[in-house]
Write a protein that binds this ligand. Structure first.
Ligand code: FAD
Length: 331
């Protein structure tokens, strides 16, 4: 029998950040994950930035969530001896005159994150309307974070790779039991698939999928993120993440070939360097109506919790939400 304070289902960003916060408080956790190399947290571009929407609007909570995110990734990085977060800037290639005017106007009005673009390799791009810059932003090495955190949990005998089945869960008074694991509480961190969780079935999830490409662009500098209608984001192994789209109605997670063809065509007019597509991923974002995150306790079974709805901002807002969730569970 394994005895633990908390059983956590899912080791994407939600399960990773929450288990880290709980362990920081001296609470024992046991994490179960079905280990999917295409899970949303690994398909994401993993950018932390302060803006929302298309008009350079600063997120209302940016001043709160970004310092917490940076402190959290720094502290997990030190704990795991891993370099998890890098400061970057986003070079904004104006797609039309209106975008250029809007950017310059906001900069003139004192927008704190917009800059006139720094020096960059102009010979590598077609940029007839000019370039602006958003700074600072950050990228997280999600693969390294998830792999190293899993390896750490394994050294503590606190991780199992398995598919959680609801019919095997027993809730008896103040304990939950799943096969040979006995815990005081269980927290579901299943990402988008959480919309089917029978303990939290009345929630307003929306369906949203995104495609992303992995590109090899050997001559491109990884100092910046490059943005036009889509983004190129420095990724691991000198590759670039490229995406994404937002599809709200779909019946499969098959790669969208039409989108890839469109991106390839756009890239050839924007980027003057040779590139090669080395992968095409698809994942679902855990989006909800009203973009609300779910930090919930089941009303009938008080030891059953739900941490979900990280939406499009799991890397930016995830750390502060995980802190909130950890306090909620322990109150
Ligand atoms: C294309 C794309 C780009 C993105 N870019 C960004 C970005 O730049 N910045 C940002 O902040 N956010 C971004 N996001 C959003 C971000 O990825 C999500 O908010 C975040 O990853 C969600 O994390 P999660 O842990 O809730 O879900 P997931 O990453 O999906 O993790 C859930 C985990 O639960 C496991 N699981 C589920 N069911 C079971 C079960 N029954 N048994 C065992 N394990 C189970 C899954 O295998 C998975 O590992 C992006 C998303 C996409 C799709």
């Amino acid at each position: 029998m394994t005895q633990t304070d908390l059983l956590i289902i899912g080791q994407g960003m939600a399960g990773t950040l929450l288990s880290y916060e709980l362990m920081r408080k001296g609470i024992s956790v046991f994490v179960m994950d079905k280990k999917n190399e295409n899970n949303t947290s690994l398909v994401a571009s993993a950018v932390i930035h302060p803006l929302v929407g298309k008009n350079w609007t600063v997120a209302k909570d940016a001043e709160h969530i970004i310092p917490i995110a940076l402190e959290t990734y720094k502290s997990i990085g030190e704990f795991l001896d891993a370099d998890l977060v890098r400061q970057k800037s986003i070079l904004i290639f104006y797609k039309d005159k209106l975008a250029a005017t809007n950017f310059k106007q906001q900069k003139a009005n004192g927008h704190p994150y917009l800059e006139v673009a720094c020096a960059y390799q102009e010979a590598h791009w077609n940029a007839p309307l000019g370039v602006g810059e958003v700074s600072p932003v950050y990228t997280v090495d999600a693969q390294n974070l998830l792999d190293k955190w899993r390896a750490y949990l394994q050294t503590r005998n606190a991780y199992v790779e398995d598919v959680f089945q609801f019919e095997d869960l027993k809730i008896v008074n103040d304990k939950v039991q799943y096969k040979d694991i006995v815990a005081d509480k269980i927290v579901f961190c299943e990402g988008a698939i959480g919309r089917y969780n029978p303990y939290f079935s009345a929630l307003s999830f929306t369906h949203n999928r995104g495609d992303a490409l992995l590109l090899s662009v050997p001559q491109l500098s990884s100092e910046h993120i490059y943005h036009k209608d889509f983004r190129l984001v420095p990724h691991r192994n000198n590759l670039f993440w490229c995406g994404s789209n937002y599809i709200w109605e779909y019946d499969s997670l098959a790669p969208n070939i039409e989108w890839r063809t469109h991106i390839e065509k756009e890239l050839r007019t924007w980027l003057k360097l040779p590139f090669e597509i080395v992968n095409h991923w698809v994942a679902e974002r855990p989006t909800t109506a009203g973009q609300q995150s779910y930090l919930l306790q089941n009303q009938e079974h008080k030891n059953v919790y739900f941490f979900n709805g990280l939406g499009t901002r799991g890397f930016s807002a995830g750390p502060s939400l995980a802190k909130e969730m950890s306090s909620f569970i322990n109150k």
